[in-house]
Design a protein. Structure first.
Lengths: 287, 304
Protein backbone atom coordinates (compact mmCIF):
# COMPACT_ATOMS: atom_id res chain seq x y z
CA UNK A 1 0.00 0.00 0.00
CA UNK A 2 2.98 2.29 0.54
CA UNK A 3 3.72 1.88 -3.14
CA UNK A 4 0.17 2.92 -4.03
CA UNK A 5 0.53 6.05 -1.91
CA UNK A 6 3.87 6.82 -3.53
CA UNK A 7 2.35 6.51 -7.03
CA UNK A 8 -0.53 8.79 -6.02
CA UNK A 9 1.96 11.36 -4.80
CA UNK A 10 3.69 11.42 -8.17
CA UNK A 11 0.47 12.56 -9.85
CA UNK A 12 -0.92 15.06 -7.33
CA UNK A 13 -3.03 17.07 -9.75
CA UNK A 14 -4.95 14.01 -10.92
CA UNK A 15 -5.73 13.10 -7.31
CA UNK A 16 -7.52 16.37 -6.69
CA UNK A 17 -10.06 15.92 -9.48
CA UNK A 18 -10.69 12.27 -8.75
CA UNK A 19 -13.80 10.86 -7.17
CA UNK A 20 -13.33 7.25 -8.22
CA UNK A 21 -10.95 5.07 -6.24
CA UNK A 22 -8.31 2.69 -7.54
CA UNK A 23 -6.08 5.06 -9.49
CA UNK A 24 -2.89 4.13 -7.64
CA UNK A 25 -3.73 0.43 -7.55
CA UNK A 26 -4.64 0.13 -11.24
CA UNK A 27 -1.71 2.30 -12.35
CA UNK A 28 0.70 0.30 -10.20
CA UNK A 29 -0.54 -3.10 -11.35
CA UNK A 30 -0.84 -2.09 -15.02
CA UNK A 31 2.66 -0.66 -15.20
CA UNK A 32 4.14 -3.55 -13.20
CA UNK A 33 2.54 -6.24 -15.37
CA UNK A 34 3.33 -4.35 -18.59
CA UNK A 35 6.99 -4.03 -17.58
CA UNK A 36 7.30 -7.65 -16.51
CA UNK A 37 5.63 -9.24 -19.53
CA UNK A 38 6.38 -6.82 -22.36
CA UNK A 39 8.85 -4.00 -21.68
CA UNK A 40 11.67 -5.95 -20.01
CA UNK A 41 11.61 -8.84 -22.52
CA UNK A 42 11.46 -6.53 -25.56
CA UNK A 43 14.21 -4.26 -24.25
CA UNK A 44 16.39 -7.36 -23.74
CA UNK A 45 16.30 -7.77 -27.50
CA UNK A 46 17.62 -4.27 -28.04
CA UNK A 47 20.23 -4.61 -25.28
CA UNK A 48 21.42 -7.83 -26.88
CA UNK A 49 22.37 -5.91 -30.04
CA UNK A 50 25.01 -4.05 -27.99
CA UNK A 51 26.86 -7.36 -27.75
CA UNK A 52 27.56 -6.86 -31.44
CA UNK A 53 29.89 -4.29 -32.92
CA UNK A 54 28.38 -2.13 -35.64
CA UNK A 55 30.30 -3.93 -38.38
CA UNK A 56 29.18 -7.32 -37.02
CA UNK A 57 25.59 -6.13 -36.96
CA UNK A 58 25.82 -4.65 -40.45
CA UNK A 59 27.62 -7.68 -41.81
CA UNK A 60 25.02 -9.95 -40.28
CA UNK A 61 22.00 -8.24 -41.85
CA UNK A 62 23.64 -7.68 -45.24
CA UNK A 63 24.77 -11.24 -45.85
CA UNK A 64 23.32 -12.57 -49.10
CA UNK A 65 21.01 -15.06 -47.37
CA UNK A 66 19.56 -12.47 -44.98
CA UNK A 67 19.08 -9.90 -47.73
CA UNK A 68 17.31 -12.49 -49.87
CA UNK A 69 14.99 -13.25 -46.94
CA UNK A 70 14.24 -9.55 -46.43
CA UNK A 71 13.45 -9.12 -50.12
CA UNK A 72 11.13 -12.13 -49.99
CA UNK A 73 9.40 -11.15 -46.73
CA UNK A 74 8.85 -7.51 -47.69
CA UNK A 75 7.98 -8.35 -51.31
CA UNK A 76 5.38 -11.03 -50.55
CA UNK A 77 3.88 -9.01 -47.67
CA UNK A 78 3.57 -6.02 -50.00
CA UNK A 79 2.03 -8.05 -52.83
CA UNK A 80 -0.46 -9.64 -50.43
CA UNK A 81 -1.38 -6.24 -48.98
CA UNK A 82 -2.02 -4.89 -52.50
CA UNK A 83 -4.40 -7.79 -53.23
CA UNK A 84 -6.04 -7.25 -49.85
CA UNK A 85 -6.60 -3.52 -50.31
CA UNK A 86 -8.40 -4.17 -53.62
CA UNK A 87 -10.55 -7.10 -52.52
CA UNK A 88 -10.87 -5.84 -48.95
CA UNK A 89 -12.41 -2.53 -50.06
CA UNK A 90 -14.65 -4.36 -52.53
CA UNK A 91 -15.78 -6.78 -49.83
CA UNK A 92 -16.38 -4.01 -47.28
CA UNK A 93 -18.40 -2.12 -49.91
CA UNK A 94 -20.46 -5.22 -50.70
CA UNK A 95 -21.16 -5.87 -47.01
CA UNK A 96 -22.20 -2.29 -46.24
CA UNK A 97 -24.04 -1.16 -49.36
CA UNK A 98 -25.55 -4.25 -50.94
CA UNK A 99 -28.02 -6.83 -49.78
CA UNK A 100 -27.81 -10.49 -50.70
CA UNK A 101 -28.67 -13.85 -49.17
CA UNK A 102 -26.09 -15.13 -46.70
CA UNK A 103 -24.69 -11.66 -46.02
CA UNK A 104 -24.44 -12.14 -42.26
CA UNK A 105 -22.55 -15.39 -42.71
CA UNK A 106 -20.10 -13.80 -45.15
CA UNK A 107 -19.60 -11.00 -42.64
CA UNK A 108 -18.80 -13.51 -39.89
CA UNK A 109 -16.50 -15.43 -42.24
CA UNK A 110 -14.25 -12.40 -42.73
CA UNK A 111 -12.91 -12.84 -39.18
CA UNK A 112 -11.89 -16.46 -39.77
CA UNK A 113 -8.18 -15.64 -40.29
CA UNK A 114 -8.19 -13.86 -36.89
CA UNK A 115 -9.64 -16.91 -35.16
CA UNK A 116 -8.00 -19.79 -37.02
CA UNK A 117 -4.57 -20.69 -35.63
CA UNK A 118 -1.81 -19.86 -38.12
CA UNK A 119 -0.41 -23.41 -38.14
CA UNK A 120 -3.83 -24.78 -39.11
CA UNK A 121 -4.05 -22.19 -41.89
CA UNK A 122 -0.56 -23.24 -42.97
CA UNK A 123 -1.19 -26.97 -43.35
CA UNK A 124 -4.62 -26.32 -44.88
CA UNK A 125 -3.40 -23.93 -47.57
CA UNK A 126 -0.44 -26.19 -48.37
CA UNK A 127 -2.75 -29.18 -48.83
CA UNK A 128 -5.12 -27.06 -50.92
CA UNK A 129 -2.45 -25.71 -53.29
CA UNK A 130 -0.19 -28.79 -53.48
CA UNK A 131 0.14 -30.32 -56.96
CA UNK A 132 -2.57 -32.90 -56.15
CA UNK A 133 -4.67 -30.54 -54.00
CA UNK A 134 -8.20 -29.22 -54.66
CA UNK A 135 -6.87 -25.99 -56.18
CA UNK A 136 -3.29 -27.03 -56.93
CA UNK A 137 -4.30 -29.59 -59.59
CA UNK A 138 -5.82 -26.85 -61.76
CA UNK A 139 -2.79 -24.60 -61.32
CA UNK A 140 -0.62 -27.54 -62.33
CA UNK A 141 -2.58 -27.94 -65.59
CA UNK A 142 -1.83 -24.26 -66.26
CA UNK A 143 1.82 -24.90 -65.50
CA UNK A 144 1.80 -22.71 -62.37
CA UNK A 145 3.40 -24.04 -59.22
CA UNK A 146 2.00 -22.46 -56.07
CA UNK A 147 3.37 -24.48 -53.16
CA UNK A 148 7.06 -24.02 -52.33
CA UNK A 149 7.17 -20.76 -54.31
CA UNK A 150 6.86 -17.04 -53.43
CA UNK A 151 3.36 -17.24 -54.96
CA UNK A 152 2.35 -19.73 -52.26
CA UNK A 153 3.75 -17.46 -49.55
CA UNK A 154 1.69 -14.58 -50.99
CA UNK A 155 -1.45 -16.72 -50.97
CA UNK A 156 -0.94 -17.51 -47.26
CA UNK A 157 -0.35 -13.83 -46.49
CA UNK A 158 -3.50 -12.78 -48.38
CA UNK A 159 -5.44 -15.14 -46.10
CA UNK A 160 -3.83 -13.67 -42.97
CA UNK A 161 -4.15 -10.00 -43.96
CA UNK A 162 -7.66 -9.87 -45.42
CA UNK A 163 -9.66 -9.01 -42.25
CA UNK A 164 -7.48 -5.99 -41.50
CA UNK A 165 -8.56 -4.07 -44.61
CA UNK A 166 -12.23 -5.11 -44.42
CA UNK A 167 -12.56 -4.31 -40.71
CA UNK A 168 -10.96 -0.85 -40.99
CA UNK A 169 -12.89 0.24 -44.11
CA UNK A 170 -16.29 -1.21 -43.08
CA UNK A 171 -17.03 1.16 -40.14
CA UNK A 172 -16.02 4.21 -42.20
CA UNK A 173 -18.40 3.20 -44.98
CA UNK A 174 -21.15 2.56 -42.44
CA UNK A 175 -20.68 5.97 -40.86
CA UNK A 176 -20.66 7.78 -44.22
CA UNK A 177 -23.73 9.91 -44.54
CA UNK A 178 -25.70 9.63 -47.72
CA UNK A 179 -26.68 13.31 -47.99
CA UNK A 180 -23.46 14.30 -49.75
CA UNK A 181 -24.03 11.61 -52.36
CA UNK A 182 -27.66 12.66 -52.65
CA UNK A 183 -26.70 16.29 -53.11
CA UNK A 184 -24.17 15.37 -55.78
CA UNK A 185 -26.69 13.14 -57.55
CA UNK A 186 -29.39 15.81 -57.47
CA UNK A 187 -26.92 18.26 -59.02
CA UNK A 188 -26.55 15.81 -61.88
CA UNK A 189 -23.30 14.02 -61.00
CA UNK A 190 -22.86 10.68 -62.65
CA UNK A 191 -22.62 7.66 -60.31
CA UNK A 192 -19.03 6.91 -61.27
CA UNK A 193 -18.11 10.53 -60.65
CA UNK A 194 -19.64 10.29 -57.15
CA UNK A 195 -17.71 7.11 -56.40
CA UNK A 196 -14.36 8.46 -57.55
CA UNK A 197 -14.74 12.01 -56.17
CA UNK A 198 -16.69 11.47 -52.94
CA UNK A 199 -16.68 7.88 -51.76
CA UNK A 200 -13.14 6.77 -52.56
CA UNK A 201 -11.46 9.88 -51.07
CA UNK A 202 -13.50 9.39 -47.87
CA UNK A 203 -12.42 5.80 -47.37
CA UNK A 204 -8.83 6.31 -48.58
CA UNK A 205 -7.24 6.87 -45.11
CA UNK A 206 -9.05 3.83 -43.70
CA UNK A 207 -8.05 1.69 -46.67
CA UNK A 208 -4.43 2.78 -46.32
CA UNK A 209 -4.55 2.04 -42.58
CA UNK A 210 -5.88 -1.43 -43.35
CA UNK A 211 -3.14 -1.86 -45.93
CA UNK A 212 -0.47 -0.86 -43.40
CA UNK A 213 -1.95 -3.09 -40.69
CA UNK A 214 -2.09 -6.07 -43.05
CA UNK A 215 1.45 -5.35 -44.24
CA UNK A 216 2.80 -5.07 -40.68
CA UNK A 217 1.04 -8.22 -39.55
CA UNK A 218 2.07 -10.35 -42.52
CA UNK A 219 5.68 -9.13 -42.41
CA UNK A 220 6.21 -11.02 -39.15
CA UNK A 221 3.99 -13.98 -40.06
CA UNK A 222 5.41 -17.42 -39.46
CA UNK A 223 2.92 -20.24 -38.87
CA UNK A 224 0.86 -19.98 -42.03
CA UNK A 225 3.91 -19.53 -44.25
CA UNK A 226 6.47 -22.14 -43.15
CA UNK A 227 4.45 -25.04 -44.51
CA UNK A 228 3.67 -23.63 -47.95
CA UNK A 229 7.04 -21.90 -48.42
CA UNK A 230 9.30 -24.93 -48.78
CA UNK A 231 11.97 -22.93 -46.94
CA UNK A 232 14.83 -23.11 -49.44
CA UNK A 233 17.61 -20.65 -48.51
CA UNK A 234 17.91 -17.75 -50.97
CA UNK A 235 14.66 -18.76 -52.69
CA UNK A 236 11.71 -19.31 -50.35
CA UNK A 237 13.13 -18.61 -46.90
CA UNK A 238 11.31 -15.77 -45.11
CA UNK A 239 13.06 -13.64 -42.47
CA UNK A 240 11.10 -15.01 -39.51
CA UNK A 241 12.10 -18.55 -40.48
CA UNK A 242 15.72 -17.45 -40.72
CA UNK A 243 15.45 -16.11 -37.15
CA UNK A 244 14.20 -19.51 -35.99
CA UNK A 245 17.00 -21.27 -37.89
CA UNK A 246 19.62 -19.01 -36.29
CA UNK A 247 18.12 -19.64 -32.83
CA UNK A 248 18.19 -23.38 -33.39
CA UNK A 249 21.90 -23.09 -34.25
CA UNK A 250 22.37 -21.10 -31.00
CA UNK A 251 23.50 -18.14 -33.15
CA UNK A 252 21.80 -15.63 -30.84
CA UNK A 253 23.64 -12.54 -32.19
CA UNK A 254 22.68 -13.44 -35.77
CA UNK A 255 19.05 -13.97 -34.78
CA UNK A 256 19.03 -10.72 -32.78
CA UNK A 257 20.32 -8.64 -35.70
CA UNK A 258 17.53 -9.86 -38.02
CA UNK A 259 14.88 -9.55 -35.29
CA UNK A 260 15.84 -5.97 -34.38
CA UNK A 261 15.78 -4.93 -38.04
CA UNK A 262 12.31 -6.38 -38.49
CA UNK A 263 11.07 -4.88 -35.22
CA UNK A 264 12.28 -1.42 -36.22
CA UNK A 265 10.51 -1.83 -39.57
CA UNK A 266 7.25 -2.66 -37.80
CA UNK A 267 7.66 0.28 -35.40
CA UNK A 268 7.99 2.59 -38.41
CA UNK A 269 4.85 1.03 -39.85
CA UNK A 270 3.08 1.55 -36.53
CA UNK A 271 4.04 5.22 -36.67
CA UNK A 272 2.61 5.50 -40.19
CA UNK A 273 -0.59 3.75 -39.05
CA UNK A 274 -0.97 6.19 -36.14
CA UNK A 275 -0.52 9.14 -38.47
CA UNK A 276 -3.14 7.75 -40.84
CA UNK A 277 -5.49 7.11 -37.92
CA UNK A 278 -5.04 10.71 -36.79
CA UNK A 279 -5.99 11.92 -40.25
CA UNK A 280 -9.13 9.75 -40.19
CA UNK A 281 -10.11 11.26 -36.84
CA UNK A 282 -9.45 14.77 -38.11
CA UNK A 283 -11.66 14.11 -41.12
CA UNK A 284 -14.38 12.64 -38.92
CA UNK A 285 -14.43 15.63 -36.58
CA UNK A 286 -14.45 18.19 -39.42
CA UNK A 287 -17.54 16.63 -41.04
CA UNK B 1 -31.07 20.15 -48.10
CA UNK B 2 -34.75 20.75 -47.27
CA UNK B 3 -35.85 18.11 -49.70
CA UNK B 4 -33.90 15.44 -47.85
CA UNK B 5 -35.13 16.11 -44.35
CA UNK B 6 -37.08 12.89 -44.26
CA UNK B 7 -33.98 10.81 -44.90
CA UNK B 8 -32.45 9.51 -41.67
CA UNK B 9 -28.66 9.81 -41.44
CA UNK B 10 -27.90 6.14 -41.38
CA UNK B 11 -30.29 3.72 -42.99
CA UNK B 12 -30.21 -0.04 -42.55
CA UNK B 13 -28.58 -1.50 -45.64
CA UNK B 14 -31.71 -3.19 -47.00
CA UNK B 15 -33.67 0.06 -46.85
CA UNK B 16 -30.96 1.92 -48.70
CA UNK B 17 -31.28 -0.23 -51.76
CA UNK B 18 -35.03 0.32 -51.87
CA UNK B 19 -35.17 4.03 -51.12
CA UNK B 20 -32.26 5.22 -53.19
CA UNK B 21 -32.87 6.48 -56.66
CA UNK B 22 -31.01 4.83 -59.51
CA UNK B 23 -28.47 7.65 -59.37
CA UNK B 24 -27.59 6.72 -55.80
CA UNK B 25 -26.66 3.18 -56.57
CA UNK B 26 -24.95 1.27 -59.28
CA UNK B 27 -26.86 -0.42 -62.09
CA UNK B 28 -28.19 -3.83 -61.12
CA UNK B 29 -25.68 -5.72 -63.26
CA UNK B 30 -22.75 -3.86 -61.65
CA UNK B 31 -24.12 -4.69 -58.20
CA UNK B 32 -24.36 -8.37 -58.96
CA UNK B 33 -20.88 -8.51 -60.50
CA UNK B 34 -19.40 -6.83 -57.42
CA UNK B 35 -21.31 -9.16 -55.08
CA UNK B 36 -20.21 -12.10 -57.25
CA UNK B 37 -16.52 -11.17 -57.11
CA UNK B 38 -16.73 -10.68 -53.32
CA UNK B 39 -18.44 -14.01 -52.80
CA UNK B 40 -15.96 -15.90 -55.01
CA UNK B 41 -13.10 -14.32 -53.08
CA UNK B 42 -14.60 -15.29 -49.71
CA UNK B 43 -15.36 -18.84 -50.87
CA UNK B 44 -11.91 -19.42 -52.41
CA UNK B 45 -9.84 -17.82 -49.67
CA UNK B 46 -11.90 -18.51 -46.54
CA UNK B 47 -14.68 -21.06 -46.94
CA UNK B 48 -12.88 -23.78 -48.91
CA UNK B 49 -9.91 -23.92 -46.48
CA UNK B 50 -12.32 -24.27 -43.57
CA UNK B 51 -14.17 -27.12 -45.28
CA UNK B 52 -10.91 -28.83 -46.22
CA UNK B 53 -9.83 -29.16 -42.57
CA UNK B 54 -12.90 -31.21 -41.69
CA UNK B 55 -12.91 -33.21 -44.94
CA UNK B 56 -9.28 -34.24 -44.39
CA UNK B 57 -9.84 -34.95 -40.71
CA UNK B 58 -12.75 -37.32 -41.35
CA UNK B 59 -11.36 -38.75 -44.62
CA UNK B 60 -10.70 -42.16 -43.09
CA UNK B 61 -13.81 -42.34 -40.94
CA UNK B 62 -14.79 -41.38 -37.43
CA UNK B 63 -12.89 -44.25 -35.86
CA UNK B 64 -9.55 -43.09 -37.26
CA UNK B 65 -10.44 -39.56 -36.20
CA UNK B 66 -11.13 -40.56 -32.60
CA UNK B 67 -7.97 -42.69 -32.50
CA UNK B 68 -5.90 -39.75 -33.83
CA UNK B 69 -7.07 -37.32 -31.17
CA UNK B 70 -6.76 -39.81 -28.30
CA UNK B 71 -3.17 -40.98 -28.74
CA UNK B 72 -1.09 -40.29 -25.60
CA UNK B 73 0.86 -37.55 -27.44
CA UNK B 74 -2.32 -35.86 -28.65
CA UNK B 75 -3.89 -36.03 -25.19
CA UNK B 76 -0.74 -34.59 -23.63
CA UNK B 77 -0.85 -31.76 -26.19
CA UNK B 78 -4.51 -31.05 -25.42
CA UNK B 79 -3.76 -31.04 -21.69
CA UNK B 80 -0.84 -28.63 -22.11
CA UNK B 81 -2.88 -26.31 -24.34
CA UNK B 82 -5.71 -26.19 -21.78
CA UNK B 83 -3.23 -25.58 -18.94
CA UNK B 84 -1.52 -22.76 -20.86
CA UNK B 85 -4.82 -21.04 -21.62
CA UNK B 86 -5.99 -21.56 -18.02
CA UNK B 87 -2.99 -19.58 -16.78
CA UNK B 88 -2.60 -16.99 -19.54
CA UNK B 89 -6.24 -15.96 -19.99
CA UNK B 90 -7.11 -15.14 -16.32
CA UNK B 91 -3.88 -13.18 -15.87
CA UNK B 92 -4.56 -11.13 -18.98
CA UNK B 93 -8.18 -10.60 -17.89
CA UNK B 94 -6.94 -9.20 -14.59
CA UNK B 95 -4.51 -6.96 -16.44
CA UNK B 96 -7.14 -5.96 -19.01
CA UNK B 97 -9.62 -4.85 -16.35
CA UNK B 98 -6.93 -2.95 -14.45
CA UNK B 99 -5.62 -1.22 -17.59
CA UNK B 100 -9.11 -0.38 -18.87
CA UNK B 101 -10.16 1.05 -15.49
CA UNK B 102 -7.02 3.18 -15.43
CA UNK B 103 -7.28 4.45 -19.00
CA UNK B 104 -11.04 4.86 -19.22
CA UNK B 105 -11.73 6.42 -15.84
CA UNK B 106 -8.73 8.65 -15.17
CA UNK B 107 -6.72 11.36 -16.88
CA UNK B 108 -3.01 11.39 -16.25
CA UNK B 109 0.18 12.35 -18.06
CA UNK B 110 1.59 9.61 -20.28
CA UNK B 111 -1.78 7.99 -20.96
CA UNK B 112 -1.23 7.88 -24.73
CA UNK B 113 2.20 6.34 -24.33
CA UNK B 114 0.74 3.68 -22.05
CA UNK B 115 -2.02 2.87 -24.56
CA UNK B 116 0.55 2.51 -27.33
CA UNK B 117 2.75 0.26 -25.20
CA UNK B 118 -0.21 -2.02 -24.42
CA UNK B 119 -0.61 -2.56 -28.17
CA UNK B 120 3.07 -3.39 -28.59
CA UNK B 121 2.71 -7.22 -28.67
CA UNK B 122 0.35 -6.84 -31.66
CA UNK B 123 3.19 -5.39 -33.75
CA UNK B 124 5.85 -7.86 -32.65
CA UNK B 125 6.22 -10.95 -34.84
CA UNK B 126 5.24 -14.18 -33.02
CA UNK B 127 8.73 -15.53 -33.61
CA UNK B 128 10.29 -12.48 -31.95
CA UNK B 129 7.77 -12.79 -29.08
CA UNK B 130 9.15 -16.24 -28.33
CA UNK B 131 12.71 -15.22 -29.00
CA UNK B 132 12.80 -12.48 -26.34
CA UNK B 133 12.19 -15.13 -23.68
CA UNK B 134 14.96 -17.31 -25.12
CA UNK B 135 17.30 -14.30 -24.81
CA UNK B 136 16.21 -13.84 -21.19
CA UNK B 137 15.98 -17.40 -19.91
CA UNK B 138 17.80 -19.56 -22.48
CA UNK B 139 21.08 -21.21 -21.59
CA UNK B 140 23.06 -18.33 -23.13
CA UNK B 141 20.47 -15.81 -21.99
CA UNK B 142 20.63 -13.09 -19.35
CA UNK B 143 19.48 -15.36 -16.50
CA UNK B 144 20.63 -18.59 -18.20
CA UNK B 145 23.53 -19.46 -15.93
CA UNK B 146 21.67 -18.61 -12.74
CA UNK B 147 18.64 -20.68 -13.77
CA UNK B 148 20.88 -23.59 -14.75
CA UNK B 149 22.66 -23.50 -11.39
CA UNK B 150 19.34 -23.61 -9.56
CA UNK B 151 18.03 -26.27 -11.92
CA UNK B 152 15.05 -24.21 -13.07
CA UNK B 153 13.92 -24.84 -16.62
CA UNK B 154 11.92 -22.16 -18.42
CA UNK B 155 12.93 -22.50 -22.06
CA UNK B 156 12.08 -25.86 -23.66
CA UNK B 157 9.65 -26.31 -20.76
CA UNK B 158 6.12 -25.38 -19.75
CA UNK B 159 6.91 -21.99 -18.08
CA UNK B 160 8.38 -20.66 -21.35
CA UNK B 161 5.30 -21.74 -23.29
CA UNK B 162 3.03 -20.04 -20.74
CA UNK B 163 5.13 -16.85 -20.70
CA UNK B 164 5.24 -16.44 -24.47
CA UNK B 165 1.50 -17.15 -24.69
CA UNK B 166 0.82 -14.44 -22.09
CA UNK B 167 2.98 -12.05 -24.14
CA UNK B 168 1.19 -12.77 -27.41
CA UNK B 169 -2.33 -12.54 -25.93
CA UNK B 170 -1.46 -9.62 -23.65
CA UNK B 171 -3.44 -6.76 -25.35
CA UNK B 172 -6.68 -8.58 -26.27
CA UNK B 173 -8.83 -8.05 -23.16
CA UNK B 174 -7.56 -4.52 -22.48
CA UNK B 175 -8.13 -3.61 -26.11
CA UNK B 176 -11.79 -4.71 -25.97
CA UNK B 177 -12.54 -3.19 -22.56
CA UNK B 178 -11.03 0.29 -22.95
CA UNK B 179 -13.58 1.60 -25.52
CA UNK B 180 -16.53 -0.08 -23.77
CA UNK B 181 -15.57 1.41 -20.40
CA UNK B 182 -14.91 4.80 -21.98
CA UNK B 183 -18.35 4.85 -23.56
CA UNK B 184 -20.16 3.94 -20.34
CA UNK B 185 -18.61 7.03 -18.72
CA UNK B 186 -17.91 7.65 -15.04
CA UNK B 187 -21.20 9.14 -13.80
CA UNK B 188 -22.75 5.90 -12.51
CA UNK B 189 -19.60 4.90 -10.63
CA UNK B 190 -19.24 8.37 -9.16
CA UNK B 191 -22.85 8.26 -7.95
CA UNK B 192 -22.24 4.90 -6.27
CA UNK B 193 -19.09 6.18 -4.53
CA UNK B 194 -20.80 9.37 -3.38
CA UNK B 195 -23.63 7.28 -1.96
CA UNK B 196 -21.05 5.42 0.11
CA UNK B 197 -20.33 2.20 -1.78
CA UNK B 198 -16.79 0.88 -1.52
CA UNK B 199 -14.55 0.84 -4.59
CA UNK B 200 -14.79 -2.93 -5.06
CA UNK B 201 -18.55 -2.95 -4.54
CA UNK B 202 -18.91 -0.18 -7.11
CA UNK B 203 -16.84 -2.19 -9.55
CA UNK B 204 -18.76 -5.43 -9.10
CA UNK B 205 -22.29 -3.97 -8.99
CA UNK B 206 -22.01 -0.96 -11.32
CA UNK B 207 -19.06 -1.34 -13.69
CA UNK B 208 -19.02 -5.09 -14.30
CA UNK B 209 -22.66 -5.38 -15.45
CA UNK B 210 -22.01 -2.55 -17.93
CA UNK B 211 -18.97 -4.21 -19.47
CA UNK B 212 -19.88 -7.90 -19.20
CA UNK B 213 -20.36 -8.52 -22.93
CA UNK B 214 -17.26 -6.57 -23.84
CA UNK B 215 -15.35 -8.57 -21.25
CA UNK B 216 -16.68 -11.86 -22.61
CA UNK B 217 -15.71 -10.81 -26.13
CA UNK B 218 -12.17 -10.06 -24.95
CA UNK B 219 -11.95 -13.39 -23.11
CA UNK B 220 -13.03 -15.57 -26.05
CA UNK B 221 -10.72 -13.81 -28.50
CA UNK B 222 -7.83 -14.00 -26.01
CA UNK B 223 -8.58 -17.68 -25.39
CA UNK B 224 -8.71 -18.59 -29.09
CA UNK B 225 -5.35 -16.97 -29.65
CA UNK B 226 -3.85 -18.53 -26.50
CA UNK B 227 -4.84 -22.04 -27.57
CA UNK B 228 -3.81 -21.56 -31.18
CA UNK B 229 -0.54 -19.65 -30.85
CA UNK B 230 2.16 -21.29 -32.94
CA UNK B 231 5.15 -19.08 -33.79
CA UNK B 232 6.05 -17.86 -30.30
CA UNK B 233 5.40 -21.21 -28.65
CA UNK B 234 7.34 -23.05 -31.34
CA UNK B 235 10.48 -21.04 -30.56
CA UNK B 236 10.44 -21.75 -26.81
CA UNK B 237 8.97 -25.24 -26.74
CA UNK B 238 11.76 -27.46 -28.00
CA UNK B 239 9.11 -29.81 -29.45
CA UNK B 240 9.41 -32.52 -26.83
CA UNK B 241 6.64 -35.02 -27.54
CA UNK B 242 4.19 -35.62 -24.73
CA UNK B 243 5.87 -32.88 -22.68
CA UNK B 244 6.15 -29.51 -24.40
CA UNK B 245 3.91 -29.90 -27.45
CA UNK B 246 0.74 -27.87 -27.63
CA UNK B 247 -2.04 -28.76 -30.10
CA UNK B 248 -0.69 -26.58 -32.96
CA UNK B 249 2.82 -27.98 -32.47
CA UNK B 250 1.47 -31.54 -32.42
CA UNK B 251 -0.37 -30.84 -35.70
CA UNK B 252 2.89 -29.54 -37.19
CA UNK B 253 4.87 -32.64 -36.20
CA UNK B 254 2.21 -35.01 -37.54
CA UNK B 255 2.01 -33.06 -40.80
CA UNK B 256 5.77 -33.03 -41.29
CA UNK B 257 5.81 -36.81 -40.74
CA UNK B 258 3.16 -37.19 -43.46
CA UNK B 259 0.45 -38.32 -41.02
CA UNK B 260 -1.88 -35.99 -42.90
CA UNK B 261 -5.18 -37.35 -41.57
CA UNK B 262 -3.92 -37.34 -37.99
CA UNK B 263 -2.55 -33.80 -38.42
CA UNK B 264 -5.90 -32.53 -39.66
CA UNK B 265 -7.76 -34.44 -36.93
CA UNK B 266 -5.73 -32.63 -34.28
CA UNK B 267 -6.03 -29.35 -36.20
CA UNK B 268 -9.81 -29.78 -36.45
CA UNK B 269 -10.05 -29.33 -32.66
CA UNK B 270 -8.62 -25.83 -33.02
CA UNK B 271 -10.71 -25.16 -36.13
CA UNK B 272 -13.82 -26.14 -34.21
CA UNK B 273 -12.75 -23.73 -31.46
CA UNK B 274 -12.25 -21.01 -34.09
CA UNK B 275 -15.76 -21.53 -35.50
CA UNK B 276 -17.33 -21.45 -32.03
CA UNK B 277 -15.31 -18.31 -31.26
CA UNK B 278 -16.62 -16.63 -34.41
CA UNK B 279 -20.22 -17.51 -33.56
CA UNK B 280 -19.95 -16.25 -29.95
CA UNK B 281 -18.18 -13.15 -31.25
CA UNK B 282 -21.00 -12.40 -33.69
CA UNK B 283 -23.68 -12.81 -30.99
CA UNK B 284 -21.56 -10.81 -28.58
CA UNK B 285 -21.08 -7.91 -30.99
CA UNK B 286 -24.83 -7.36 -31.11
CA UNK B 287 -24.97 -7.44 -27.29
CA UNK B 288 -22.09 -4.96 -26.99
CA UNK B 289 -23.88 -2.63 -29.36
CA UNK B 290 -26.96 -2.94 -27.16
CA UNK B 291 -24.85 -2.52 -24.00
CA UNK B 292 -23.27 0.65 -25.28
CA UNK B 293 -26.44 2.22 -26.59
CA UNK B 294 -28.49 1.42 -23.48
CA UNK B 295 -25.97 2.87 -21.02
CA UNK B 296 -25.37 5.90 -23.15
CA UNK B 297 -28.22 8.02 -24.35
CA UNK B 298 -26.11 10.25 -26.58
CA UNK B 299 -25.43 9.17 -30.14
CA UNK B 300 -22.16 7.31 -30.51
CA UNK B 301 -20.99 9.00 -33.67
CA UNK B 302 -18.71 11.87 -32.82
CA UNK B 303 -17.59 10.50 -29.47
CA UNK B 304 -15.35 8.01 -31.20
Amino acid sequence: MALVKAIENIFPQSRKRRVLPGFGLSLGFTVFYLSLIVLIPVSTLFLKTFDLTWSQFYGSITSARVLASFRLSFGTAFAAAIVNIIFGVLLAWTLVRYDFPGKRMVDAFVDLPFALPTAVAGITLTTLYAGNGWFGQYFEVLGIKVDYTPLGITVALIFIGLPFVVRTVQPVLEAMELDVEEAAASLGAHRWYIISRIILPTIRPAALTGFALAFARTLGEYGSVVFIAGNMPMKTEISTLLIVTRLEQYDYPGATAIAVTMLVASFILLLVINMLQASINKKASSV
Amino acid sequence: MIGFQNTPDILPAHDVVVTRTSRLSEPRWVRWIVIGISLVFVVVFLAVPLVLVFVKAFEKGIKTYVTAITTPDALAAIKLTLLTAAIAVPLNVLFGISAAWLIAKFDFPGKNVLTTLIDLPFTVSPVISGMVFVLLFGLQGVFGTWLDEHNIKIIFAVPGIVLSTIFVTFPFVARELIPVMQLSGTEEEEAAIVLGASGWRTFFTVTLPNIKWGLMYGIIVCNARAMGEFGAVSVVSGHIRGATNTIPLQAEILYNEYHITAAFSVASLLTFLAVVTLIIKKVDEAKIHHEVSSTHSQPLTGTI
